[in-house]
Design a binder for this molecule. Structure first.
Ligand SMILES: *[C@@H]1O[C@H](CO)[C@@H](O)[C@H](O)[C@H]1NC(C)=O
Ligand SMILES: *[C@@H]1O[C@H](CO)[C@@H](O)[C@H](O)[C@H]1NC(C)=O
Ligand SMILES: *[C@@H]1O[C@H](CO)[C@@H](O)[C@H](O)[C@H]1NC(C)=O
Ligand SMILES: *[C@@H]1O[C@H](CO)[C@@H](O)[C@H](O)[C@H]1NC(C)=O
Length: 458
C-alpha cells in the first residue's frame, strides 16, 4: 500500500513538473515574440529609379521618347506597376515624343490612378504598320474605375494617311492598284470601354484617323478644358463620341474636326455638354440613330452655352428611317452660331447614300427644346424633317434669332415637316412662328409605346 502511495505521489509530481515546464516554454516563446516585433521584410519596390513611391515615370521603364523607337512596352510596364498601387501616377514627361503602337491599358486597378501626360504621344503614321487585328482603336482603356488623364501634353493620332477620300480608295480598288490600300475600318484614337468615374483634363488630342475620344458602356465621365483638333477635310473624325454611356459632363473645351464636335449615340442618358467652342465640323449631334431597323434610346440631354463657327450643322438630331425606340427630353440652349449652314436641324430621313428606301417605323422624337439660338446661317435657319410614320412632338422653339451670313446661299424660310410643338419669344426669321403644328395629343400616346421599348432596354 505504502509503495503504491509513493508511486502515485511520484506520478502526480512528475505530471506537475511537466505542466510547469510546458507553461514556462510558452511564456518564453511569447517573450521572444515581443522582443522581435517584426521580421525585416523588404519594402515593396516597383520603380527601378523611384522619384516618389507612387510615381511611375515611363522613362524609368525604358521609354526612349525619341519619336522613332517603339515605347509601347515601356508604357505597358509602367501601367502594370502603377495599376497595383492606390493613388499612383504614371508620368509621360514633357519635351519627349513617345511612339506607341495600338495598346490596351486595362483594369481593374487600385483606385485613383492618374496618367499625367505632359509630353507627346504619337501613333504610327503609316497605315501599313497597324496590325489588322487592331484597327478598332489605338489606345484602349478598359475596365477602369476612378481613373484620370491630365496634363499639358498632346496625343497625336497622325491620321493624315487614313484620310484619303473613300472615292479615291474605290477607284484604287477598281483599278486593283493596291499600293495604298486603306482598310474600311479606321482606328479611334482614345477609347474607354466599360469604365466608371473617368476624368479627362487639360490634354490635347489631335489628328485621329477616325474619332478622337470615345466612351462606350461607361458611366460617370467628366471632360474638362481639353482641345481636340483635326483638319476640316479629315472625314469622320468626330471629336467626342458617346455610346451606351450615362452621367457625363463635357465642359470648357475646344473642339474642331472634320465631323461632329460631340456625337451622342444610342443608349446615352444624362449628358451635359456646356461651354464648348465647336468648329469646324458638323456641330453637336444626337445620332444617327436607328440604322438597320435597330432600337435606339437617348434621353435627358442638355447642350448649352456653346459657340459654333463655320460648321455644317449646329444643334442636330438625325435618325434613319425604319428604326425603333425614342429620343426624349433634350435641350439645346444659348447657342451662338457664326456662318453655320443649318443651325437647327432634325432629320429623320438620314441617309449616307444618294437615295435610301422609304421605310415605316422610326425612332420617335419627343420633348426637344431649342432655346436662345442666335447668330448667322448660310443655308437654312430651321430645318425640322420629322418622320411620316410618327411625327415629332413637344418640339419647342424659343427665342431664335438667326440671320443670313455673308456666305448665305439657300432658303430664308424655316422648314417644319410633321413637327408638333410651340414657338415663343423673339423669332427671326418670322417664318419660325408658323412653322410648327400645335396639338399632337394622339401622337404622344403612340410615342409612349416606343418609350416602353427603351425602359425594357435600360
Ligand atoms: C473615387 O474617387 C473619389 C474621390 O476622388 C472617392 O470619393 C471614391 O470613393 C472613389 N471611388 C472608388 C470606387 O474608388
Ligand atoms: C487648360 O488647359 C491649357 C492647356 O492644356 C492650360 O494652359 C490651362 O492652364 C488650362 N486651364 C485651366 C483653367 O486649368
Ligand atoms: C430632363 O433631363 C434633365 C437633365 O438630365 C433632368 O435634370 C430632368 O429631370 C429631365 N426631365 C424629365 C422630365 O425627365
Ligand atoms: C419617300 O417619301 C417622301 C415623302 O413622302 C417622298 O417625297 C420621296 O419621294 C420618297 N422616296 C422614295 C425613294 O420613295
Amino acid at each position: 500500500m505504502k509503495q503504491n502511495k509513493s508511486f502515485s505521489q511520484l506520478f502526480f509530481m512528475s505530471l506537475l513538473m511537466l505542466m510547469v515546464y510546458v507553461d514556462a516554454r510558452k511564456t518564453n516563446m511569447k517573450k521572444k515574440l515581443h522582443k522581435h516585433p517584426k521580421e525585416s521584410h523588404p519594402l515593396p519596390h516597383f520603380d527601378p529609379h523611384p522619384t516618389q513611391l507612387n510615381t511611375f515615370d515611363v522613362m524609368s521603364f525604358g521609354a526612349k521618347g525619341n519619336g522613332v523607337s517603339d515605347d509601347s512596352e515601356a508604357f505597358l510596364a509602367a501601367w502594370k506597376c502603377a495599376c497595383k498601387v492606390s493613388g499612383a501616377t504614371i508620368k509621360v514627361p514633357a519635351k519627349f515624343n513617345f511612339l506607341i503602337k495600338p495598346i490596351t491599358l486595362q483594369g481593374p486597378c487600385m483606385p485613383d490612378l492618374t496618367l499625367q501626360i505632359d509630353g507627346t504621344i504619337l501613333a504610327p503614321s503609316e497605315v501599313s504598320s497597324w496590325p489588322k487585328s487592331s484597327l478598332f482603336q489605338w489606345i484602349n482603356f478598359k475596365w477602369l474605375q476612378n481613373f484620370t488623364i491630365k496634363g499639358y501634353g498632346t496625343i497625336n493620332g497622325q491620321g493624315s494617311n487614313w484620310w484619303t477620300s473613300s472615292e479615291l480608295y474605290d477607284i484604287q480598288v477598281k483599278k486593283k492598284t493596291h499600293s495604298k490600300q486603306i482598310p474600311s475600318m479606321k482606328p479611334t484614337a482614345i477609347r474607354f470601354y466599360s469604365s466608371n468615374l473617368i476624368k479627362i483634363i487639360d490634354i490635347k488630342i489631335i489628328n485621329s484617323p477616325l474619332c478622337h475620344l470615345k466612351f462606350d458602356n461607361s458611366k460617370g465621365i467628366k471632360v474638362d478644358n481639353i482641345t481636340i483638333s483635326s483638319p476640316e477635310n479629315s472625314p469622320n473624325t468626330d471629336g467626342i463620341h458617346l455610346q451606351n454611356t450615362h452621367d457625363v459632363e463635357i465642359q470648357h473645351s475646344n473642339i474642331g474636326t472634320g465631323d461632329d464636335c460631340v456625337s451622342i449615340q444610342t443608349g446615352c442618358s444624362n449628358i451635359h455638354v456646356h461651354h464648348i467652342k465647336c468648329g469646324p465640323g458638323h456641330g453637336i449631334s444626337l445620332g444617327g440613330l436607328g440604322k438597320d431597323k435597330s432600337v435606339a434610346c437617348v434621353s435627358d440631354i442638355i447642350v448649352e452655352d456653346i459657340s459654333m463657327k463655320n460648321t455644317l450643322y449646329g444643334a442636330r438630331i438625325k435618325t434613319w428611317q425604319g428604326g425603333n425606340g425614342m429620343v426624349k427630353n433634350v435641350t439645346f440652349s444659348r447657342i451662338k452660331v457664326y456662318d453655320v449652314m443649318f443651325p437647327i436641324m432634325i432629320d429623320q430621313y438620314y441617309c449616307d447614300k444618294q437615295i435610301c428606301k422609304n421605310q415605316t417605323g422610326t425612332v420617335v422624337i419627343s420633348g426637344v427644346k431649342f432655346d436662345q439660338i442666335s447668330g448667322s446661317y448660310s443655308v437654312q435657319p430651321v430645318h425640322l424633317a420629322c418622320s411620316n410614320s410618327i411625327p415629332c412632338t413637344d418640339v419647342d422653339l424659343t427665342d431664335i434669332q438667326l440671320r443670313p451670313s455673308l456666305k448665305y446661299r439657300g432658303y430664308q424660310q424655316a422648314m417644319c415637316w410633321n413637327s408638333y410643338g410651340k414657338s415663343q419669344g423673339q423669332l427671326v426669321p418670322s417664318s419660325i412662328d408658323y412653322c410648327l403644328r400645335s396639338g399632337g395629343g394622339l401622337i404622344k400616346k403612340i410615342a409612349k409605346s416606343h418609350d416602353s421599348v427603351c425602359y425594357k432596354l435600360f
